[in-house]
Write a protein that binds this ligand. Sequence first.
Ligand SMILES: C[S@@+](CC[C@H](N)C(=O)[O-])C[C@H]1O[C@@H](n2cnc3c(N)ncnc32)[C@H](O)[C@@H]1O
Length: 142
Amino acid sequence: MPATGSRLDPVAVDALGLRVHYELARLGEELQLGRRVAALVGSLLAEIGHDCGQPVRVVDIGCGLGHVLRSIAMRGDLPRSVELVGVDLNPVLVMEAERLARAEGLPVRFVNGDAFTPGVAIDDGARTVVVSTGLLHHLTSD
Ligand SMILES: C[S@@+](CC[C@H](N)C(=O)[O-])C[C@H]1O[C@@H](n2cnc3c(N)ncnc32)[C@H](O)[C@@H]1O
């Protein structure tokens, strides 16, 4: 990893972050994470009022490259009326997730934000289901 003194080159850090998350996305495909998350969320939709026309949003916190929501959107595992939003702390990953969703023509939105910042929530009355994969080990016990 290139560095100046004790400071790692930020361009190399971002490039490594992207490479690692592409590998995680590939692993997620093997594990069929999108299908599993969609099966769980799909089983909750009637309970939270989707069938009665209540708006429903699924938010993936710590979404990385957004492969879970992009794969759900690509296969159409959830009704089109369910809004899909990915949130991640790392703006480089968010930009790449957005780029991929645009290139794939998928209706998934990505937002740069911290899971612990209240502003990340969108307070418009939609029933929100929060999902997350591979994030908990990044957080302290507090
Ligand atoms: C191991 S990756 C998992 C990415 C993706 N969910 C997956 O399953 O491949 C953890 C992700 O959590 C993000 N993250 C870490 N702390 C976060 C926080 N406080 N708020 C939002 N995202 C966070 C990181 O930027 C990274 O993209």
